[in-house]
Every structure is written in structure tokens, then in C-alpha cells.
Design a protein around this ligand. Structure first.
Ligand code: ZN
Length: 157
């Protein structure tokens, strides 16, 4: 009885120590209990001007991914399809709460890419995808379908 108690106590203490060792570094291993509370998965960022969306995946925190896109825009760096869209079309971007939505939370890293592709194709099919996103796709069908991309601006500016 006593032995069992101490064993449990010992294991519990060690789990807490492991957790504390991992927590401050924010390492993104699947065994890390901290990452499970973060929102990993497929997200969209909606353009405030044309209301079309960029679809992306992140294995990190959503807000830090958004800050990255914003930094590209501020640095005039068309590194992501989203920053390319905003810069090219001179469209307006909002803040995270306004424009960024988690489409699906995914905790298995190998599922990120197939789900991202599925969402991209679905958004494209429904004409809700920013045209710039196809540049990230090495897909002949996408290239063909988007060969005449133009910026749509409902305000005509
Ligand atoms: Zn737009």
C-alpha cells in the first residue's frame, strides 16, 4: 500500500519536472503537453478588401504565424501568397481576430499537408481563394486555371 503510494508520487513528481523542463522553450514536439493547447492546423486569412482568403498551415501558434505574414507586408516582401496579394493588389489587411480563422485543428503533423491541399482546392473551387495562392502550387491544372489572374476590387480603386 505504502509502496504503491510512493511509486505514484514519484512518477507524478517526475512528470511535472519533465513538463517544466520543456515548457519554457516552447519546443514543438508532439510529446510536449504545451503544444497540445496551441492551435495547430489549417487556417485562413481573409482579405478585408476582396474577402477572398489565403489558406495556410501552421504547426506553431496562430498569432505568431499571422505576425510573420504582417512583417512580410510591412517589409514589402512578397514571400507568402498572402503578402503578395496585399502588396500587389494594394488591398487592406486587418488584425488576427478580424481576419484569421482556424479552419481545422490538427495535432498530427503528417495530416497538415493533405488537409491544407484539400482546403485550398475547396476554396478555389468556391471562388474564395486569393488568386496569388496558386503560385505556391506546382500543379499544372492550377496554373492553367489561374493563368489570367486579376485583382478584384469592389470599390474600383
Ligand atoms: Zn484582396
Amino acid at each position: 500500500m505504502n509502496e504503491k503510494y510512493f511509486k505514484t508520487k514519484y512518477e507524478y513528481t517526475h512528470r511535472v519536472e519533465d513538463y517544466n523542463n520543456i515548457a519554457p522553450s516552447h519546443k514543438t514536439h508532439s510529446t510536449n503537453p504545451v503544444t497540445r493547447t496551441q492551435k495547430n492546423g489549417i487556417y485562413k486569412i481573409t482579405c478585408k478588401t476582396c474577402h477572398k482568403a489565403y489558406v495556410g498551415q501552421t504547426s506553431r501558434n496562430l498569432k505568431s504565424r499571422f505576425r510573420e505574414h504582417k512583417r512580410y507586408i510591412k517589409n514589402n516582401d512578397p514571400r507568402s501568397a498572402y503578402s503578395l496579394h496585399i502588396l500587389n493588389c494594394r488591398h487592406e489587411y486587418g488584425d488576427t481576430d478580424d481576419t484569421m480563422t482556424l479552419l481545422k485543428q490538427i495535432n498530427t503533423p503528417t495530416h497538415l499537408l493533405p488537409y491544407e491541399q484539400t482546403y485550398i482546392h475547396s476554396f478555389h473551387h468556391n471562388n474564395k481563394l486569393i488568386p496569388e495562392q496558386h503560385l505556391n502550387e506546382h500543379n499544372a491544372m492550377f496554373d492553367f486555371l489561374h493563368s489570367n489572374t486579376t485583382c478584384h476590387n469592389p470599390h474600383g480603386a
